[in-house]
Design a protein. Sequence first.
Length: 331
Amino acid sequence: MRRERLFDGHGRRISDLRVSVTDRCNFRCQYCMPAEGLPWLGRADILTFEEIERLVRLLAEMGVTDVRLTGGEPLVRRDFPRLVSMLAGTEGLRDLSLTTNGYLLERDADALVEAGIRRVNVSIDSLQRDRFFQLTRRDALPRVLRGLEALARHPEVRPIKVNAVAIRGFTEQEALPFAEFARRTEFQVRFIEFMPLDGDRAWTPDAVLTGRELRELIGRVYPLEELPREPSATARVFRFADGRGEIGFIDPVSEPFCADCNRIRLTADGKLRTCLFSLHETDLREPLRSGAGDDELERILRDAVWRKELKHHVGEPGFRQPPRSMSAIGG
Ligand code: SAM
Ligand code: SF4
């Protein structure tokens, strides 16, 4: 069934949904979660696969074409590939993708591909084992790299992206190794600026290593040429001038792309968030569980999306970090 397209009050058409399937994680990345973890949601608090499927179908009827599954760590949710197969055939969906830390990919890559995943982002912040351990608090780099290889054995999964959070005092040393990795493999490397969504609330503006700084570091050794950017694409992508590969930069802090934002988020406990930095959420779980029909849910979704924030205020006076940190929102 086709429904009216979904627009916010600033005229932006919403076509991209991030679904967090769990708030739990087997890593404790410094920029995301405290070392001791967070109080996890109870089993009954998180949406069932059937509830997620229903919301995705309804949003697809309203023009959402791209769905990314994330968390927490999506692969720690029991039977996760079953959810992928439930969503893969949704009418109107063009793109069903996954963001993972890769720890369980060696185990799950085949099942995920069989279930219908065709695009995957794997988060890797350092290509050196000790530095990876330092940042994620897990000595897991070899295992993650094996997971990446397991995925790469499936030619139907492309592109495979490797995302690294860019943190001052850490990522400067990673810039060239990642550039070389991007040049010698088929993996597409993206640096993401560190955002104030860490569980430890240790973020400061100074801790953001900007995309511009990274481009300078890399460009001195391997000159870069910018590729044309699609509207609503979050990354600025550059190719190496000698033609060997490309590298991307997602710069939400230093160069916000809010004006073109087409994205909404669903948390594992069924709250709709219209911005990563939202201070307000809309509960969908209660209406779902108290028997709301599709038209009623549609009205709730439209009202919430209409109020989508014009922009984030990171770096401005009075900015307030949202109560939930990245792992509980779904990055
Ligand atoms: N656990 C999976 C993973 O790490 O890929 C999926 C969830 S994680 C929250 C999604 C993405 O958010 C990861 O690429 C992670 O590096 C990024 N991220 C987490 N905290 C961040 C922060 N404070 N600033 C920027 N990116 C962050
Ligand atoms: Fe877990 Fe991903 Fe957060 Fe790291 S970034 S703690 S892997 S949710």
